[in-house]
Design a protein around this ligand. Structure first.
Ligand SMILES: NC(=O)C1=CN([C@@H]2O[C@H](COP(=O)(O)OP(=O)(O)OC[C@H]3O[C@@H](n4cnc5c(N)ncnc54)[C@H](O)[C@@H]3O)[C@@H](O)[C@H]2O)C=CC1
Ligand SMILES: CC(C)CC(=O)C(=O)O
Ligand SMILES: [Mg+2]
Length: 357
């Protein structure tokens, strides 16, 4: 039966990179019997400009009705002075929250062809294959109360609330343990349990669940140390599980181990593996509209969509193999460019992946 995919290009480089992923999907529709129907809509600043909100209710409904969502990125200079309640990022946060996409999988996997594209020494990153499991619908990004208030002395005070309930920690912990079981059977839980009670509880819950997965070796790490260990010795990690904000930050850091932020895909899943798929990076307003962005994170996110939600592991592998072939051909966007390679634009990279399928 035809599966419906909602395409939300968003802002900045979002439309450029999403167009390349759509090209790849269309090619698979033509040649490999991929049975999907794609419909496009607005999110972020693009939605605000038309509807006065970063996600219209009708678009939210389309996301609920779709089998999967593929999103580019949101945000940009133009909307930075808007009230935070209608900023482009709120459109994305609403999608994540209302679709209950609590499990964000961010694989930091290095293509061997890019070993020397990383700012780290090739021997530190060669063979890197980490999965960051980030809790996506709780933590400080969603905690109440939040705001900016004026104190009696006239000084302004900004405040957010870092909160997790036991059930929220348990469900993401199970996702991480199950992922570890399918991989290297090693799980590192990242917290700040030496300072924050919410993560003291997080740590306790991980330890309570661990006996259900006796084959998985578990360790705990404070987030400051984890940030350091990621660049000191990243290959010590297999699966990392952490909260919303720490996962956001550590995954951007981990992206550089793969050569570029333009290489980090992501899947955001609900409890039934329905999902939204998006690159881990933002809308890169500094290079938007220049056909310079690396579309590979978005194309790999489309591959994750085929794998996790659309039941086409074969086509996910086909896309990943095509990307590997294109890298073998020496084609590179500016962010992963090295001496002796051929620099290509965003659309040329997309065309090359289509040709290599
Ligand atoms: N999921 C999303 O939609 C996200 C949106 N944002 C929003 O994006 C806007 C820009 O945020 P920044 O902090 O600058 O982060 P960013 O990830 O957009 O850009 C950081 C740096 O990485 C580069 N970059 C990012 N993606 C790239 C790609 N595919 N190819 C080549 N270079 C790439 C950019 O040119 C920039 O120099 C903000 O409005 C922010 O709120 C930020 C992160 C995630
Ligand atoms: C709401 C987004 C801007 C958060 C983010 O940076 C991300 O999900 O990577
Ligand atoms: Mg981020």
């Amino acid at each position: 039966m035809t599966k419906n995919v909602l395409i939300l290009p968003g802002d900045g480089i979002g439309p450029e990179i999403t167009a390349e992923a759509v090209k790849v999907l269309n090619k698979l529709v033509e040649t490999d019997g991929l049975d999907i129907a794609m419909e496009e809509d607005l999110v972020g600043g693009a939605a605000y400009d038309v509807h006065g909100v970063p996600l219209a209710d009708e678009t939210m409904q389309k996301a609920h009705d779709a089998d999967a969502v593929l999103l580019g990125a949101v945000g940009g200079y133009k909307w930075e002075s808007l009230d935070i309640s209608v900023r482009p990022e709120k459109g994305l946060l609403r999608l994540r929250k209302e679709m209950e996409l609590f499990a964000n999988l961010r694989p930091a996997m290095l293509f061997p062809q890019l070993a020397s594209a990383s700012t780290l020494k090739p021997e530190i990153v060669a063979g890197l294959d980490i999965l960051i499991v980030r809790e996506l619908t709780g933590g400080i990004y969603f905690g109440q109360p939040r705001g900016i208030r004026t104190l009696e002395n006239g000084e302004r005070q900004g405040y957010n609330t870092y909160v997790y309930s036991e059930s929220e920690v348990k469900r993401i912990a199970h996702v991480a343990f199950q992922a570890a079981m399918k991989r290297g059977k090693k799980l590192t839980s990242v917290d700040k349990a030496n300072v924050l009670e919410v993560t003291e509880m997080w740590r306790e819950i991980i330890d309570e669940i661990a006996p259900e997965y006796p084959e998985v070796e578990v360790n705990h790490m404070y987030v400051d140390n984890a940030a350091m260990q990621l660049v000191l010795n990243p290959k010590q990690f297999d699966v990392m599980v952490t909260g919303n904000m720490f996962g956001d930050i550590l995954s951007d850091e981990a992206s550089m181990l793969t050569g570029s932020i333009g290489m980090l895909a992501s899947a955001s899943l609900d409890k039934n593996n329905k999902g939204m798929y998006e690159p881990s990076h933002g809308s890169a307003p500094d290079i938007a509209g220049q056909n310079k962005a690396n579309p590979l994170a978005t194309i790999m996110s489309a591959a994750m969509m085929l794998r996790y939600t659309l039941g086409r592991e074969d086509l996910a592998v086909k896309i990943e193999d095509a990307i590997s072939k294109v890298l073998d051909q020496g084609l590179r966007t500016g962010d992963i460019m090295e001496d002796g390679m051929t620099q290509v634009t965003c659309s040329e990279m997309g065309d090359a992946v289509v040709a290599a399928l």
